[in-house]
Design a protein around this ligand. Structure first.
Ligand SMILES: [Zn+2]
Length: 240
């Protein structure tokens, strides 16, 4: 695929620039990683940030492409925290795009739903005193969700992807991407079994942020985390 250098969408308030691409062998199979740099986005809006697209197969001009728009979560993805399901969702999405033969994960560097690592850990402190994730953010004077998806839209434009099926449980993410002009033709649910540490967080996502997740009564209190959709559905008592 011919890849032009430079700014993807000159008229956008955030500017996204392609930087580099390379093959990336992974535990789940061969992927290609593409790095983009954006300016003008995020909660501080100042410093340029580098984002990544992980791609399986040939996605140029694709329609109904399985796409996960995933925001960075260093606590689970690097430190192995069990307080949220981000790492499991990322691992599941990587395996899923390889299994399907084509797809993309747009990995956006907006830690803690966009509030940054320091604020996220402050919010964890408040959660330890009994607040849920939404009240903790509000207690710090921060938005529930400060993420933006302009860079994801720019990446899809760069690859000339025509339409996507979004791998998410979050209807608001679908609405926000559509609001940016991304053609979303469907949603692929990402069902990850809760563990005793993440159950409260997942319940807050379900009841306070309208995520389409199984009710807490169906979530088993087990530490073992299943990363296949079939396994998760079975673990959550759903028919496979
Ligand atoms: Zn997380």
């Amino acid at each position: 695929m011919h890849v032009p250098l430079g700014v993807v969408r000159p008229e956008s308030p955030s500017q996204t620039t392609w930087i580099a691409s390379a093959e990336l062998p992974t535990k789940v199979g061969p992927l290609k990683v593409h790095i983009f740099r954006s300016t003008g986005g995020g909660i501080d809006g100042a410093a340029p940030v580098e984002h990544a697209a992980l791609v399986a197969g040939d996605i140029a001009d694709a329609e109904d492409l399985p796409v996960r728009v995933h925001s960075e979560c260093i606590t689970s993805e690097v430190f192995g925290s069990l307080k949220c399901d981000c790492r499991d969702q990322l691992d599941w999405a990587k395996a899923e795009i390889v299994r399907r033969g084509a797809g993309a994960i747009l990995y956006l560097r907006q830690e803690g739903r966009g509030i940054g690592l320091g604020n996220k850990i402050r919010a964890y402190e408040l959660q330890a005193r009994g607040m849920d994730t939404v009240d903790a953010n509000r207690g710090l004077g921060l938005p529930d969700d400060a993420r933006s998806y302009d860079v994801a839209r720019d990446m899809l434009d760069y690859f000339r992807v025509r339409s996507v099926r979004l791998m998410t449980n979050n209807p608001d993410k679908v609405a926000k991407l559509r609001g940016l002009g991304v053609v979303v033709t469907g949603r692929i649910p990402v069902v990850i079994a809760a563990n005793p540490f993440s159950a409260a967080y997942l319940e807050a996502k379900r009841t306070r942020m309208a995520h389409d997740l199984p009710a807490r009564a169906h979530v088993p209190g087990v530490v073992a985390v299943t990363t296949t959709l079939e396994g998760c559905r079975r673990a959550n008592g759903h028919r496979v």
